[in-house]
Design a protein around this ligand. Sequence first.
Ligand SMILES: *Cc1c(COP(=O)(O)O)cnc(C)c1O
Length: 427
Amino acid sequence: MNKTRSDCFIKARRVISGGVNSPVRAWRAVGGNPVFVDRAQGSKIYDVSGKEYIDYVLSWGPMILGHAPAKVTAAICNTAKKGTSFGAPTQAETQMAKLITEAIPSIQLVRLTSSGTEATMTAIRLARGFTGRNMIAKFDGCYHGHSDSLLIKAGSGVATLGIPDSPGVPKELARLTLSLPYNDISALEKAIDTHGSNLAAIIVEPVAGNMGVVPPQKGFLEKLRELTAKNGILLIFDEVITGFRFTFGGYQNLIGIKPDLTCLGKIIGGGMPVGAIGGKKEIMEKLAPAGDIYQAGTLSGNPLAMSAGLTTLNIIKSKINSFALLDKKTERLCSEMEKLFSEKGIPVCINRCGSMFTIFFQQGPVYDLKTAKKSDTALFARFFQAMLKKGVWLAPSQFESVFISFAHTNADIDQTIDACSKTLKNL
Ligand SMILES: *Cc1c(COP(=O)(O)O)cnc(C)c1O
């Protein structure tokens, strides 16, 4: 039976609010009905009618090995046979925490959660409890999950839907969150001058991925580390996307900056629901039951998630040299597409960091949320739909990152460049 996208979406909307379980899946930013997925393997994803696409969304980052890698699938199946949740400790959780502390030197102790949102939420509570201060600061366009304190100028899904601050977030709480322009050292200095002694923490995506890819400018993160340390403010790196995306470790490994706390998710779960928070022992020990700052989760450190995550991280560890290849593959794709756009006379600014990138439909440069928003989102939407027709599934919003996995072949890249060339002929 040839099920159409609209059939699926109509049925979904009858029983699921908005038809989806996470807003960006509804494709509001590009129009039309979202593709309903049947299955995926390697770099390919298949819809319910059997059409094949090269997948550049990769579940929004986690599937760095591609879909359904044999070893991960086998590990999940074997674990499932032994029971799927116990509400009691398992050795797999210790192994996972040990692997994380080995990979990221700033992390001495870990707490595992079921999502990135829980990790960042916990980081904020921990920072407030540890410092005895109430205010926090974040950066415009950085997304740190959907908890109240962090849903302020939060980029991507939120930027796309045009909800700067969600109704339901009390003003009283929002007032405790400062949002500063990304990459703007002088705004940071001013904010710390004014509020420094009230700030519990500053949280940042070390490479922003939720307003489209915006890498940190030289000196920005260094200054952030210097000023937070000087003022007794905890520095939280939200590495939910960037953790294990560029190396066996976090982006912090590459730049040699040690935050006080780090949040992880996505890749460390190998496609299962996971998050983690980790950092300095003296801070992490304040969490209950060692300390009195409460945090908990019925499914935290779930056996299936641990087996998928551990298998994934061990493969990454054994393939650490493959990151250079991944980088090269992504660079070739970006530079070839850049050439095609330039030949066609359509101005684009491609921001790339390793295997994640965004094609901003504008001249650029894009270095913060304000500059990201100058993009021609209508033209982006037309490009997205035309690429999709040709079997290339990009992120369905201008303000998201595109990801490449170890499973993407040179043939996939060639096919994508070809699809781009054909798309631009008629754009
Ligand atoms: C995805 C994401 C989160 C939230 O993780 P969930 O597992 O979706 O709750 C937090 N921070 C960043 C940077 C993310 O990209």
